[in-house]
Ligand binder design. Structure first.
Ligand SMILES: C[S@@+](CC[C@H](N)C(=O)[O-])C[C@H]1O[C@@H](n2cnc3c(N)ncnc32)[C@H](O)[C@@H]1O
Length: 222
């Protein structure tokens, strides 16, 4: 029997439209430490940050006021909450909050110093396509900073994660996403190098990943 674990963009957007009213209550505190770790890592690079899957903007107030941030998300109701947060907190460093699909960012190459995506990769229907976009829009020498759940390669946990997929895809995320997919992506992309992989709370299933953007291997180095 085929497992209904295929995600599509509209289904994900609808799922987060449903999450929006209660998202901060359910996912606010549980991921707070991870979000702060990602923002600290982004601040170490500085400059202009693209936060993909910014959601309700829970991390926006953590950026220094000198850091310019553009937030994008597939869900308008999530972004509407982020806009209200920016207004209420007077976050003048947030340049824009716009609906965009991470898999196809209408953004120029190398136009950001940092791309941050917190708890987003496993919510995107074609994660590798989005990761390619992150590598494209970040400048050489910049960083891609992810907080992400990493699934098991195999074993009981792997089986349970596969088994949960039909349910979790309806809720807007995948449970099955092993480290080998990140490894294969980085090997194929060639333009990135893993700088750090650090465990985050809770449960030992979440990680902070930092990828450095290398110079384009096809560019003329002379
Ligand atoms: C689990 S939430 C994380 C939100 C926020 N980063 C946080 O830390 O709370 C995942 C977010 O990714 C967004 N998302 C899912 N697929 C996306 C896509 N293809 N492009 C942009 N955003 C997407 C969802 O709408 C949702 O706001």
């Amino acid at each position: 029997m085929a497992i209904a674990n295929v995600m599509d963009r509209d289904q994900v957007a609808e799922a987060y439209g449903r999450w929006a009213p209660i998202y901060d209550l359910v996912f606010g505190p549980v991921f707070r430490q991870g979000r702060r770790a990602a923002v600290r890592a982004a601040e170490a690079v500085g400059g202009r940050v693209l936060e993909v899957g910014v959601g309700t903007g829970l991390s926006l107030a953590d950026y220094a006021r000198g850091t310019r941030v553009v937030g994008v998300d597939i869900s308008e109701p999530m972004l509407e909450k982020a806009r209200r947060r920016v207004e209420a907190r007077g976050l003048g460093n947030v340049e824009a909050l716009e609906v965009m699909d991470a898999e196809c960012l209408p953004v120029a190459d190398a136009s950001f110093d940092v791309v941050v995506a917190q708890y987003v990769v496993t919510a995107i229907p074609n994660p590798e396509r989005a990761l390619d976009e992150f590598a494209r829009v970040v400048r050489p020498g910049g960083e891609i900073i992810l907080t992400t759940r990493i699934g098991a390669e195999a074993g009981l946990r792997g089986t349970v994660e596969k088994w949960l997929m039909p349910l979790t895809t309806k809720l807007g995320f995948r449970t099955e996403f092993p480290w080998s997919r990140y490894e294969r992506w980085a090997a194929r992309a060639q333009s990135v190098r893993l700088l750090e992989r650090r465990a985050l709370p809770p449960l030992g299933h979440f990680w902070l990943l930092r990828y450095g953007r290398l110079a384009d291997p096809t560019s003329d180095q002379s």
